[in-house]
Ligand binder design. Structure first.
Ligand SMILES: [Fe+2]
Length: 371
């Protein structure tokens, strides 16, 4: 049975034997205690690991780091470390996670499974939306381990690949599976085209994110949940405050924020296309939050995706805006222009035609063929 266990006093004897044999630097993972004596391990190395995990006695410029060991039964096979957040040198360097599997245990899947457990543990520790990892170009086995755990290569240079893995969790955004569960539960409560519209938006967001340096899983999840306020019934502006309140209650502020910002590409209440059917309290909440928020890449991305996503697939942005204008009788010209500017912005980033990027002529959401 495999288990990832934080360094601890009860396991000190096995931890000492393992750390003593770890090389000082292999593939970029350093060991400050190669060949350490039992006495030194107990008096200095282990207390330091426990201190660093708790953020105590950190040297200048260090961030807290949790050291874990991967156990197969009663044998330690590897060490996995989690840096709790990024400082500038970690952001462009070693990132959040480093690991080492001892030689006799390599090529047996321990790296993949150990990283899977480490990534899961990091969801509760790391605040950033993605986990950063780095691997030497001449270490394809370790790169494969990262890719098998959902990693994507975000950058590379002559020596290294820089890999990122989505980091969903409470306080940020739900995982893909959790977001799909939330939508599936919500849809029957207020059946309508909004479910497939959301699936199209999720697809578009993921495709654009992949080519714009954003986290594809986060983009997908935010696209899928931007209209989740519709769970609570047929409302116009009300779906914005309903969605915001629901996502906040579930502990996902990044998703809550999108429920709010997706309808306001000018970031002001007056630009809303639709009926103002909110209570004075809800209206005030929307107004206040819009004032607080400076739109980030994900706000802009979902605003754009909302403007090209139909229930049957991807729409031409002009057709979709004309359709909304027909249904509501008017469309704020500034908002219209802003949507076109968003299209241009992401095409510039992707260096690609928007409709090609989102597979306009090929993609249809899940429920489409049933209609
Ligand atoms: Fe929408």
């Amino acid at each position: 049975m495999l288990e990832l266990r934080e360094a601890n006093l009860a396991d000190a004897e096995a931890e000492w034997r393992f750390v003593r044999e770890m090389p000082e630097d292999e593939n970029g993972l350093t060991n400050a205690w190669p060949g350490v004596s039992r006495e030194d391990f107990l008096a200095r190395a282990l207390p330091q690991m426990l201190d660093f995990a708790a953020g105590r006695n950190l040297p200048e410029g260090y961030v807290p780091e949790t050291s874990c060991f991967l156990w197969d039964g009663d044998t330690i096979v590897g060490q996995f470390r989690i840096r709790h957040w990024l400082c500038e040198s970690l952001r462009t360097g070693a990132g959040h996670i480093g690991y080492f599997v001892a030689k006799p245990f390599r090529g047996k899947g321990y790296g993949t499974e150990g990283l899977r457990l480490t990534v899961a543990a990091a969801h509760d520790i790391v605040p950033e939306e993605e986990l950063y990892l780095r691997v030497n170009r001449d270490n394809p086995a370790s790169l494969r381990v990262m890719l098998k755990n959902g990693g994507r290569i975000a950058a590379q240079d002559a020596e290294k690949f820089y890999v990122r893995i989505a980091n969903p969790g409470r306080g940020r955004y739900p995982s893909r599976a959790e977001a799909e569960r939330i939508l599936a539960e919500a849809e029957p409560r207020n059946p309508g085209p909004w479910g497939d519209h959301s699936r199209t938006a999720a697809h578009c967001a993921e495709r654009i994110a992949l080519r714009s340096g954003l986290c594809p899983e986060k983009a997908y999840v935010l696209g899928l949940l931007h209209d989740i306020g519709r769970r609570f019934g047929k409302r116009h502006l009300g779906h914005v405050s309903d969605g915001y309140a629901y996502m906040m209650a579930l502990g996902y502020p990044d998703a809550a924020r999108i429920c709010l910002t997706h309808s306001f590409n000018e970031m002001k209440l007056e630009g809303y296309v639709g009926n103002f059917d909110t209570t004075p309290e809800e209206t005030e909440l929307i107004r206040e939050k819009l004032r607080e928020v400076t739109p980030d890449d994900y706000d802009l991305l979902i605003q754009l995706c909302d403007a090209i996503s139909g229930a049957e697939g991807v729409m031409d942005i002009l057709e979709r805006m004309s359709d909304v204008k027909r249904r509501y009788g008017a469309y704020d010209p500034a908002k219209w222009e802003r949507n076109l500017a968003l299209k241009a912005l992401f095409e510039e980033r992707m260096q690609m035609d928007l409709y090609e990027a989102v597979e306009k002529d090929r993609f249809h959401p899940a429920g489409w063929s049933n209609r």
